[in-house]
Design a protein around this ligand. Structure first.
Ligand code: DC
Length: 231
């Protein structure tokens, strides 16, 4: 399908490991959109907390963290290999995907000041309106006026298996049950926190990709873009 579409913001929200970022990356590559991974920014803040020793059994030392946010330069670099997350000049892409970071990130992401920091970074980084972003609250809070909102979901065990395959490919030694528990815990924290919980925006389109390939998802999206946003 030959597509010439308008400059729009595509907001993709949904549960952990539903393939939001893989889908968003594919959209960026195929349709020439800038990809912004909001979860990577929460993971970056979490990495800072862990490296500085500001986590005391799930209690975050916010007195130390809040002033550090003002100085924290989290950003993305885009090249032929894809998008990588940086803290200043240091590439942190590998470290932010570890189980250690995954286990704490929902706690850090529930802190309102951290959410304000990430929202502000996303607005600074989304300089034009040809952007695809994925997260939990992009369509509800960060860019409520996004032209297209997608809410992704998939069967829990399929999601856990996908996450497990990813971690094994990176050489992490993990148990299926540990991953499933982590997913369920994150779903719960993400959708029950006070500060912009994970929720489907009323105008979002649901995409359940339990049984869909990437190609089928892209075809589905292209159909929507063609119908609503072609020039
Ligand atoms: O998409 P991800 O798994 O990389 O996200 C990591 C965590 O960050 C996730 O557990 C919830 C949080 N998050 C959030 O609260 N709001 C967003 N917009 C994106 C991620």
């Amino acid at each position: 399908m030959d597509l010439d579409i308008q400059d729009i913001i595509i907001a993709i929200d949904g549960y952990s490991s539903t393939g939001k970022s893989s889908f968003a990356k594919l959209i960026a590559k195929e349709l020439g959109f800038l990809y912004l991974d909001s979860g990577a920014l929460y993971r970056g803040v979490t990495l800072l907390v862990l490296e500085r020793g500001w986590n005391h059994k799930g209690e975050i030392d916010t007195d130390a963290l809040f002033p550090a946010l003002a100085e924290l330069d989290l950003h993305f670099e885009h090249n032929a290999e894809g998008t990588k997350t940086y803290m200043g000049s240091r590439c942190i892409e590998g470290r932010i995907r570890s189980m250690k970071v995954s286990s704490l990130v929902s706690v850090v992401a529930a802190i309102p000041e951290v959410r304000r920091y990430v929202d502000q970074r996303l607005h600074e980084l989304a300089k034009n309106r040809r952007v695809v972003m994925d997260g939990r609250d992009i369509g509800t809070t960060v860019f409520p006026d996004a032209e297209l909102k997608i809410f992704m979901t998939a069967d829990k065990k399929v999601r856990a298996q996908r996450r497990m395959d990813e971690l094994i490919a990176k050489g992490e030694n993990v148990e299926f049950q540990e991953i499933l528990d982590n997913l369920e815990q994150r779903d719960y924290i993400d959708s029950h926190r006070t500060a912009s919980p994970l929720r489907q925006a009323p105008d979002a389109i649901v995409l359940d990709n339990t049984n869909l390939t990437f190609e089928q998802q892209m075809d589905w999206l292209k159909g929507i873009l063609q119908a609503r946003f072609s020039r």
